[in-house]
Design a protein around this ligand. Sequence first.
Ligand code: SF4
Length: 326
Amino acid sequence: MEEGVLRVENLSKWFTIRRGLLAPPLTLRAVDNVSFELRRGEAVSLVGESGSGKTTLGKTVLRLYEPTSGRILFKGRDVTNLKGKELLWYKRETGLVQQDPYGAMPSFMTISRILEEPLIIHKIGTAEERKEAVFKALEDVRLTPVEDFAFKYPHMLSGGQLQRVAIARALILGPSFVVADEPVSMLDASVRIEILTLMRELQEKRGISFIYITHDLSTTRYFSEWIFIMYAGHLVEKAPTKELIREPQHPYTQALLAAIPDPDPENRKRYREVPPGEPPSLINPPPGCRFHPRCPYVMDVCRSEEPPVVEVKPGHYVKCWLYAKK
Ligand code: SF4
């Protein structure tokens, strides 16, 4: 088996919320004790409802947020506490595509300048070489003829075109690991598959390890080898994509699948839909299993003790008392 590019061990990211001089600060446990591994060229879809901690996990792994505890190992190096030049090395090896391409781009810069910026920061190439790299990057994301796009400003492009620029910017330094955070959720339905297909092509061609963050389980089957399901700061299920879609084990994953419109009513009926309600507050999460207030299979133990992670089949992990040996 090929050595993992990325290994995340018991990673947590908690935020302190200050409430003035008199009230004690609160702790928001956005990511709590998360572990996983990613091999070279593998894509993972990280799925969960809004507020489940997906974006925080992605940004913490990229070291855009400081981890509270745990370790991040990248290509065998511990990058959890890198600083200065060494952190710059990690930044060069990683990339981020954000949800809102307009918000993520400086509106006063041309597309060409936006793409050149990472090369300047990392002191790569002469002006002429950088121009070549920018044009090549635009070609790679199929914004051609490149002269028609290079000298425009972000507001002159459509959402889909600008998300292609965002992908080009994330890839221009030749990273080995990229996080794409809801990259198509703000785009018209007509261009979503196009953008996902482009990302998948580039990811496969360049052997990039990828985390695709989404709330939409229905888009993942085309994009990733693995699916990780996140609920209230915990990873509750990890499995190969086909297996997770065919045989979801965690009650929350089953509920997510039951909610996807499926032309075959028999498929829809296979699982119980999640009872109404919101994911819990991450400031004061429920004890035991965080899903227990909404779970149709809740048992006494679920209300008081955190469930263990159980490997139900090789490579298929579930955090649930239903699968723990009694
Ligand atoms: Fe439901 Fe209990 Fe499993 Fe949580 S641990 S998902 S409450 S059965």
